[in-house]
Ligand binder design. Structure first.
Ligand code: F6P
Length: 524
């Protein structure tokens, strides 16, 4: 039975009309609402009370979770079944934080051994026991990787800047555009720089090209092939390709095929996080995620935060027609959260066939986008308040003022709450001022972190991970593959050949691309 054929889906369809007769504003003053729709976990409050739902809708969503067997699918995932069927792989990122005990001891042992090696490297680098090839201490870490091998680590290093434990400067190079690499290398010295090459496959074009250029930069300036061992480490499942690249075996940190790229920041891919916040910080980050794993696997639907997040997101998208999900982070340190979530959610759930390969008869995955408040209020919030599209939003706010500027912080919080209030209740102006009308009736979730610390951030990201899983289960799609990314990669190859070799007309598959290519060849 497809999702839309299930009785629970059809029931929700029927409930849409009665719900939308009641403006969201009229639902907010029910005393019990907060009690039912606010939940605490891992130093955070998840406030779903500004979602456009009522009791029958919440019951209907719980029935949908039951119908779609979401939690029995979760059990299969956490036990290590190969739920990523198109690649025949298990999905066990929770074991990276000791959050899937049913997966067995063997995997946990591998994880702990690698973690031990990571802690040693971090301790040696930050204490100066590990030095560059001329004996100088390492001052700069350059992390080279893209997608899942980049977005999480950069987000967390930035977000936890106040938890930095040492002198290390950490840089990220992801784009194949040499602007990133040259800008980074311009402020680094080869004798004091450690490169981390993170690539699950060790075959990703961007990472390969950046890593090769970084190695050439190092060799041209030092002439020391032996020095590579002191200045390059790698994280990959493809240990042989990394060795062929010239990396010392002792400097290779394993990944496993049961860790999806976009779920890998808890593994050695998170090395820059560890380098920045140290062992205790990294352990607290993993522990925050583990709290969420435990909550997710053992909490009934009515209070299960990741599951509720997925159900409400499905309600907003498939039933209320919210075409996009705005992630509005009211904290500059979380500036990269929307970028990270774009990969986590859209690469996971931007799919149009089900597990059997049949084309879906319903939509999946709203466009996820966002930015930081209050800057967004002076840019795109106009459209949110008065545009023609329905949307949903997640507000992320931090309760404690970690900068000691109470006036700023109180205004920041006041704006966040004011915005979600406006999105919920809207505004009905005087009759002669129709241009001032604000429709309201936009569902939002407010997530309040007590403080922006490793535990809370680990918990927040794990919550989104499990939300992604639940939504994939509801939609009956494989959230763990990404075949759509392959076609563009393949098509770039013959184009590159023509550009690099300055050859004449090649066999482009379409004339539009051919004309652009000819133009570029003339203008380069
Ligand atoms: O964008 C496609 C993708 O395969 C992502 O899923 C992955 O995180 C990224 O490329 C990088 O892959 P790798 O870690 O193998 O270099």
């Amino acid at each position: 039975m497809t999702a839309t054929q299930s009785p629970a889906w059809q029931n929700l369809q029927n409930l849409t009309d009665s719900l939308t007769q009641q403006p969201l504003k009229s639902l907010l003053n029910d005393e019990q609402r907060a009690q039912r729709l606010q939940h605490q976990l891992a130093g955070m409050l998840f406030d779903f009370s500004k979602q456009w739902v009522d009791g029958p809708v919440m019951d209907g969503l719980a029935a949908l979770a039951e119908d779609r067997k979401v939690m029995s699918q979760a059990k299969a995932m956490l036990a290590g079944e190969a739920i990523n069927r198109s690649e025949n792989r298990a999905v066990l990122h929770s074991t990276l934080r000791n959050g899937a005990p049913a997966a067995g001891k063997e995997i946990q042992t591998q994880v702990n051994q690698t973690l031990g090696r990571m802690f040693k490297l971090q301790a040696d680098i930050s204490s100066g026991a590990w030095r560059g090839y001329t004996g100088k201490v390492i001052t700069d870490i350059v992390h080279i990787g893209i997608g899942g091998s980049h977005l999480g680590p950069e987000l967390v290093v930035n977000a936890l800047v106040d938890h930095k434990t040492n002198h290390l400067r950490i840089h990220f190079v992801a784009n194949i555009d040499a602007a990133e690499l040259t800008r980074t290398l311009a402020v680094c010295q080869p004798e004091t720089t450690l490169f981390i090459i993170a690539s699950k496959s060790f075959g990703t074009l961007e990472t390969q090209v950046n890593a090769k250029s970084a190695r050439s930069w190092f060799l041209e300036r030092t002439g020391s092939l032996a020095g590579i061992a002191k200045h390059f480490v790698a994280i990959t499942t493809n240990l042989s390709a990394a060795s062929e690249f010239g990396l010392d075996e002792a400097n290779l940190f394993p990944l496993w095929d049961w860790v999806g790229g976009r779920f890998s920041l808890w593994s050695a891919v998170g090395m820059p996080i560890l380098m920045s916040i140290g062992k205790h910080g990294f352990e607290a980050f993993l522990a925050g995620a583990q709290e969420v794993d435990q909550h997710f696997s053992s909490t009934p639907t009515a209070t299960n935060i990741p599951l509720l997040s997925a159900l409400l997101a499905t309600w907003n998208y498939n039933f209320l027609g919210a075409r996009s999900l705005a992630v509005l982070a009211y904290d500059e340190r979380l500036k990269l959260l929307p970028d990270y979530l774009q990969q986590l959610e859209m690469e996971s759930n931007g799919k149009s066939v089900n597990h059997e390969g049949a084309t879906l008869d319903y939509d999946t995955m709203p466009v996820l986008w966002g930015g930081t408040g209050t800057k967004g209020q002076h840019a795109y919030h106009q459209m949110l308040h008065q545009g023609t599209h329905q949307f949903a939003a997640d507000f992320i706010i931090v309760a404690q003022d970690q900068h000691n500027y109470p006036e700023h912080h109180n205004w920041l919080l006041a704006n966040a709450l004011g915005q979600s209030q406006a999105m919920a209740i809207g505004h009905t102006p005087a009759q002669d001022e129709p241009y001032k009308a604000v429709a309201g009736n936009h569902s939002t979730t407010t997530i309040v972190l007590d403080t922006l610390a490793p535990r809370q951030l680990g918990g927040l990201l794990a919550t989104y991970e499990h939300k992604v899983f639940c939504q994939g289960a509801i939609w009956d799609i494989n959230s763990f593959d990404q075949w759509g990314v392959e076609l563009g990669k393949r098509l770039a190859e013959p184009i590159y050949e023509q550009l690099a070799a300055h050859r004449g007309q090649g066999a482009m598959q379409d004339l539009a691309t051919q004309h652009l290519l000819d133009h570029l060849k003339n203008r380069k």
